[in-house]
Design a protein around this ligand. Structure first.
Ligand code: PEP
Ligand code: MG
Length: 577
């Protein structure tokens, strides 16, 4: 008999495959008292296991195929760094010595204490990092207990398989992807976990948070997984199988058609050229962006240069990173200045102080840069130097007033004069634009447009701040609504203010990458879309099929509607998916 289960769909796609359950991640950890003479040997045993665990992670990293998005390797690097963190290494050694207990038990205590710290964190994104602690300590524990988790060995087998587990580490996902796993289901995790992000990057359909999945699904049985809806259908009947096979074929066909669009320009049915740009996180991503047909980079998030390290990147290091991108990309490159704070915390780069209660409303992005001018100055100098090598422009995040924008421009001007006085060769003026991601900036757009050379709408934050919803808090996720009329009004006003002032307006928030909203945004007058490179072709397809003139009229009319339900229905009727 068929069985329907529902979890959280975190990575799109249909899979029809046989279940392969992974052995439980939890381990039996014995505690044993040590005699005084055994302590040194136990510390050595821990150090050896730690070394093996690190080596294992390095091997996984080395197996990542060339051309894979760089964030995948970054996940493994994060685990390698965490493995070497002194709170894990020194903490465990101290417990072995002070409490005279075996390494496994000492490591468990370290792990549990660290997890308790993460679980108390206000920020839900940081709370999910408890999983990383658990994965990293779990790897050392398995070496100590000689209980390595066996991943399915598939050599010679061609039948599609789907993994069901309590939890899966990023490293295991990489190994499973090499075995061509069709999909996976986990009992724990949420859409923000690294496991979910990796599944999306690797294109593996996935459902997480499906409690009891291991009890309810049987090894070897056939299941259908819909990674968008979050459904898992066990033992499907012939009718259901036919339905999902047809859906799977349609999706494969759709993807194959998209690939043909790579070299084509994004020109609408009525002849309008729209600009499709890429959001990138690391210099290496520039190549993937070009391969996917991006005309340039609409958002380079520089904060990733500052993450996972103890020191700050020097001007020279930053210059080299920016120069690499500027030289690699033929089109325009919008480099965003540091957007640290809120869900993007780093070890370096900020003065130590108490953790704010509302980090998203606190000293983040441009506020932090203006408060710590030395930090900002170094980045600006590197940016100005690199921009002379190509078509770079500077984008300021989280601007909330004209005055703040002017203040940042003054720092940029001062850095330029400094460089000129030092005899550095600079190109002409580098355009400076504002991210519109705070409601105040959207409302002040007509004034800001007289100062800024371009706008880029950051809907991820604009929605969070307009609707007062913490964007990484699962509990209020259901309120996160790009179609809320207040959000649409702010987007529309920003585009209109930009157009009236004759400056370019782009959108670089996730809304620009969602095919559900492409026609609405075209109708609101948006002409530049910036998104993660994997989304580019799907959006291009919609643009090519759209009549922008007709959409302008329809959207202008529906925005006048007083009946919100009707407005939403008319937006949905625009299509785009
Ligand atoms: C945004 O806020 O929409 C945006 C693109 O910036 P980030 O997601 O990096 O805050
Ligand atoms: Mg933002």
């Amino acid at each position: 008999m068929s069985l329907w289960l529902t979890g959280i769909g975190v990575s799109r796609g249909i899979a029809i495959a046989r279940v392969q359950k992974l052995q439980a991640g939890d381990l039996e950890i014995p505690e044993r008292a040590l005699a005084a003479g055994e302590v040194d040997a136990e510390v050595m045993r821990f150090a050896a296991a730690h070394g093996i665990a690190r080596q294992q992670l390095r091997e996984v990293r080395a197996q990542i195929p060339a051309g894979t998005p760089s964030d995948i390797a970054a996940f493994i690097d994060t685990h390698i760094l965490m493995l070497d963190d002194r709170s894990i290494t020194d903490g465990t050694v101290q417990t072995i010595r002070n409490q005279r207990i075996n390494a496994e038990a000492a490591l468990r205590k370290t792990r549990d204490a660290l997890i308790a710290v993460f679980e108390q964190m206000e920020d839900p994104y940081l709370r999910t990092r408890r999983d990383d602690v658990s994965h990293v300590c779990g790897r050392i524990l398995r070496v100590l207990l000689k209980s390595e988790r066996q991943l399915p060995q598939r050599s010679g087998q061609t039948e599609p398989f789907l993994v069901v587990a309590d939890d899966i580490t990023p490293a295991d996902i990489i190994l499973l992807s090499q075995q061509h796993v069709s999909a996976f289901v986990t009992e724990y995790g949420g859409p923000l976990s690294h496991t979910a992000i990796l599944a999306r990057s690797l294109g593996i359909p996935a459902v997480v948070g499906l409690r009891d999945a291991r009890r309810l699904l049987r090894d070897g049985e056939t299941v259908v997984l819909d990674g968008e809806a979050g459904h898992v259908l066990a033992d499907p009947d012939a009718l259901a199988l036919d339905f999902y096979r047809a859906k799977q074929r349609a999706q494969a066909q759709y993807r194959a058609n998209l690939i043909r669009l790579k070299g084509r320009e994004a020109i609408s049915r009525d002849g309008l050229h729209l600009r499709l740009l890429a959001n990138i996180e690391l210099p290496e991503d520039a190549k993937v962006a070009q391969e996917n047909g991006a005309e340039g980079v609409g958002l380079y998030r520089t904060e990733f240069l500052y993450m996972n390290r103890k020191d700050l990147p020097s001007e020279e290091e930053q210059y080299e990173a920016y120069a690499r991108i500027v030289q690699a990309v033929a089109g325009p490159i919008t480099i965003r200045t540091l957007d640290l704070g809120a869900d993007k915390q780093v070890d370096s780069g900020r003065s130590q102080g108490p953790t704010p209660n509302n980090p998203a409303l606190g000293l983040r992005a441009i506020r932090l840069c203006l408060k710590e001018p030395d930090l900002f100055r170094v980045q600006i100098r590197a940016l100005l130097r690199a921009s002379s090598l190509g078509r770079a422009q500077i984008m300021l995040p989280m601007i909330s007033s004209v005055q703040e924008f002017r203040q940042a421009c003054a720092v940029i001007d001062a850095a330029r004069l400094e460089l000129i006085a030092e005899g550095k060769q600079l190109s002409g003026e580098v355009p400076v634009g504002a991210m519109i991601e705070v409601p105040a900036a959207a409302l002040a757009a007509p004034w800001l447009a007289r100062q800024a050379r371009f706008f880029s709408i950051g809907t991820n934050d604009l929605i969070q701040y307009t609707l007062a919803i913490d964007r990484v808090d699962d509990e209020v996720n259901y309120l996160y609504d790009p179609l809320h009329p207040a959000v649409l009004q702010l987007i529309s006003r920003t585009i209109e203010a930009g157009n009236a002032a004759g400056i370019e307006v782009a959108m670089c928030g996730e809304m620009a990458a969602d095919p559900k909203y492409t026609r609405l945004l075209l109708g609101l007058g948006l002409r530049e879309f910036s998104m993660h490179p994997e989304a580019l072709l799907e959006i291009k397809q919609i643009i090519i099929e759209s009549d922008v003139g007709a959409l302008r009229k329809e959207v202008a009319s529906l925005m006048q509607s007083q009946d919100l339900q009707e407005m939403r229905e008319r937006i949905n009727a625009l299509g785009g998916h």
